[in-house]
Design a protein around this ligand. Structure first.
Ligand code: AMP
Ligand code: MN
Ligand code: MN
Ligand code: MN
Length: 280
């Protein structure tokens, strides 16, 4: 049987994507996606519009969100929540709390960027923001490209915004315990987003997987736009060893600004249990 074309990780203008929720859905369907989750950062303001658009196209849809958490020594980890109740009070209050730190963090980033000659970055980044509660490094990256300092946003991250670079500032997001608590309370399925992107030692990595599992975490993104074939092999082994369900998500942010387009990832290794077995 042909595997389902599921894409369970993408962004809209409600966070740092380039397309409004309904356009993300339309593009997904045009690309052959059969099950979609919209997973904006720390914010579920787009899921009602996306679900309405998906219903109109007869596309199966999951309400989702990508929650920023802090793990260990100033390591940011992203947890994707799938099939959550968007009206759940613990989740909505938790997400509001995570979002509330973003504006002050953006001010601190702008102050650091100013010292290295990138001026007015807070105001500049805001020009690219649709939802003022959700200013992200991606918005700063677009402003820095617009200023002519770099040819694309990936280059901006390499020079200014990645951990250890001049515009990076430390920040406390949610704890893993809190995020898993909200997701479980909201009836959702928790998935570790793009595990290969975290700079962790193998001991730290195993500690993360173990703690996540102990708190009710069920899945990992074996396939993500930002992971290569070797990552996929490693993560398939992790899924087998820890008994995780396997997820597949492009992490699409917009045309021309993404690793891969919606619905274009390869199939999961066939022996893994897809996370969408819980939903279809
Ligand atoms: P924030 O949540 O504000 O820390 O921003 C994180 C976002 O920045 C990610 O979700 C991506 O949209 C973007 N991002 C992070 N690293 C990179 C990178 N190396 N290249 C392009 N975009 C990136
Ligand atoms: Mn993003
Ligand atoms: Mn992420
Ligand atoms: Mn993402």
């Amino acid at each position: 049987m042909k595997p389902l074309n599921a894409d369970l990780h993408c962004h809209s203008t409600v966070s740092d994507g380039l397309l409004p929720p309904a356009e993300v859905v339309q593009r997904a369907q045009a690309n052959g996606v059969e099950l979609l989750a919209l997973t904006d950062h720390d914010e579920m303001g787009g899921v009602a519009e996306a679900r309405a658009a998906a219903d109109a196209l007869n596309l199966r849809f999951l309400d989702g969100v990508e929650i920023s958490i802090s793990w260990g020594d100033d390591q940011t980890v992203h947890i994707v929540a799938l099939g959550v109740d968007p009206g759940n009070v613990a989740l909505t209050q938790g997400l509001a709390q995570v979002r509330s730190g973003r504006d002050a963090r953006a001010g601190r980033m702008a102050a650091e960027l100013d010292k290295v000659g990138i001026h007015n970055a807070y105001e500049g980044a805001l020009k690219f923001v649709s939802n003022p509660a959700l200013i992200s490094r991606a918005h700063f990256a677009r402003y820095i490209v617009e200023c002519g300092h770099a040819k694309d946003t990936k280059t901006v991250f390499e020079h200014w915004l990645a951990k250890g670079k001049p515009g990076y500032v430390e920040h406390s997001w949610a704890t893993l315990e809190d995020a898993l608590g909200w997701i479980v309370d909201a009836g959702g399925t928790a998935v570790i987003a793009h595990p290969a992107r975290y700079r962790l030692t193998s001991t730290e990595r195993r500690a993360l997987y173990g703690a996540f599992k102990d708190l009710g975490g069920l899945g990992i993104e074996v396939l993500s736009g930002s992971q290569n074939e070797e990552d996929v092999r490693d993560l398939a082994r992790v899924a087998r060893e820890f008994g995780f369900l396997a997820s597949r998500g492009s992490d699409f942010h917009g045309p021309g600004e993404s690793w891969i387009d919606l619905g274009k990832l390869p199939d999961l290794p066939p022996d893994l249990t897809p996370v969408w077995s819980r939903f279809i």
